[in-house]
Design a binder for this molecule. Sequence first.
Ligand code: NAD
Length: 488
Amino acid sequence: MPVATSVEVLENYIGGTWTPSRATEFVDVHNPARGEVIAKTPLSTRADLDTAVAAAARAFPAWRDTPVVVRARAMFRFAHLLEQHFEELARTVTTEHGKTIDESRGSVRRAIECVEVACGAPSLMMGYGLEQIASNVDCTVLRQPLGVVAAITPFNFPAMVPLWFLPFAVATGNTIVVKPSEQVPLSARMLFKLLEQCDIPAGVVNLVNGGREIVEGVCDHPGIRAVSFVGSTPVARAVYQRATHAGKRVQALGGAKNFVVIMPDANFEKSIEVITESFYGCAGERCLAGSVLVPVGEAHKEARERLVESARSLKVGDGLAAGVKMGPVISGTHRDRVKTYIDQGVKEGAKLVLDGRNVSVADRDEGFFVGPTVFDEVSPDMAIGREEIFGPVASIRAVKSLDDAIALMQAHPNANATSIFTSSGKAAREFARHATASMVGVNIGVAAPMAYFPFGGAKDSFFGDLKVHGRDAFEFYSDKKVTITRWL
Ligand code: NAD
C-alpha cells in the first residue's frame, strides 16, 4: 500500500502546548483492517523527554498545593468530556487497533470508570491517625503525592490503559508524563485533547510519543519518581529492573498465558459462548484472553467440538462493520508472527482442528487478518503451549483431573488470569485457592477487575507490589507521612 505523503506526523503535548518532536525517525500507524497508513508517530528523543519532565516538575509544587477536591473536579470534567466524545473515542480505538466497535466501546467504558474512581480521591486518599499514643502525644498518617511520575502503555488498549494511571496520578497531586504505544498513538492524542479542556494547569499532564529510547530515558531520569509500565514480559522485567535500580517506585505488568479449565459438570452451551469470547475477543490481543483450554476428563470431546463450531461461526472483518465479531490483529508483522506459531504448532505435532491462516475478508485484502484457530493435543513444551501468541489461537490440552489442570497452570511462568467453568462450588473453590494467577474467573471468561478493584497478575506477569487502579492506585501514587505530635 503506497504511503500518502500527507500523512500527519503527531506532536507531543508538553507544558500545556502541542509541540513538534525533535525526532528524526517515525513509525507508521496503520488502520489494521485496511492496511493503510493513517499517521506517523515520532520516535521522540531524550531531549523531548527532558523538556516534558522539566514541565511536569515545574507544575508539581502548585498542583500538589491545589486542594484535592479541586483536583478531583478536573477529573469530573474529564469524565464528562469522555462521555460526550464516547463514540468518537471508540471509533478512534477501532481505527488504529482493529478491535470491533463493541469491544472499543467496552474499553472506553472501563476507561471512564477509572476516571470516576479517581474522582473519589478526597475520600480514597485519606490517611489515618490515633490520639494519645503516649501521654499528650498524637500520631497522624497523611498521604502525599510523589512528584513527577510516568506511564508507558501497550498497543492493545489504546484509550483504557493510559487511564489506568493518569487519573489516579493527577487526582492524588502528582504530575505525569505518558508514553503511549507508538503503534496506537491516536487515542492517547484524543485523550489529551480532552484533558486540555479540563482547566488543568500547564505541565500537569504531558504526552511524549516514542519507543525504546523514551522508555529507557524514563527508567533512568532522575526527575521521575515512579513508573507504571504495561507490555510484554521481557520489557516489563527490564523496565522494572532498570527503574528500580535508579531508585524509583515501579509497577510493571507483563505478558500472559491464561489457562481456562472446563469441568464435565459445566453448562456447556453457556460456557462455550463465554469461552469463545475469551479466546477470540479482541482477536486474542488481551492480556486476559484465554490461551489454553483445559477440559477435564469427559469434558474433552464436547468442549472441543463446541469450541470449533463456535469459533468457525465468528464473522471476521473490519471492526467498524456491522455484525463483525473479530477484527484484524495489530500489524502485518504480528499477523505473520501468529501464522508462524500456527505453522510451528503443526510441525511440533499438535492437531490443527480449525485453521485460520487463509482467512479472506471481502474488500479488505490489505487488512491484517488471521481467522480463529483451534489446536488439540497441545503439550506444554510446544511453542504454542508455552509462549504468549497474542492472537486468535486456542490450544486445547486435555487432562484427567482438576489437580492436573491446577498443576498445568502452576507450572507456567506467567500467572495473569485464569478461569474455571463448573457447576461445583467445591471445584471452583479448590481452583481459586490454588490458582497462581491473581485474577480468577468462575464461569467468567475474562476475569477483568473493575476500576475499583486491583488489576494485575503474579509471577512473570507482574513485577512490583502495588497493582493497578482500585485502592492500590492511591497507595502507589502517594507516600505516607507519619507525624507524631506532643503539645504540653
Ligand atoms: P511491548 O512490550 O512490545 O510494548 C509495550 C511498551 O514498551 C510500548 O510503549 C513500547 O513502545 C515499549 N517497548 C517495546 N519494546 C521495548 C524495548 N525493547 N525496550 C523498551 N521499551 C520497549 O508490548 P505490546 O506489544 O505493545 O503489548 C502487548 C503485550 O502487553 C502483551 O504481552 C500483553 O500480554 C501485555 N499486556 C499486559 C497487560 C497486563 O495487564 N498484564 C495488559 C495489556 C497488555
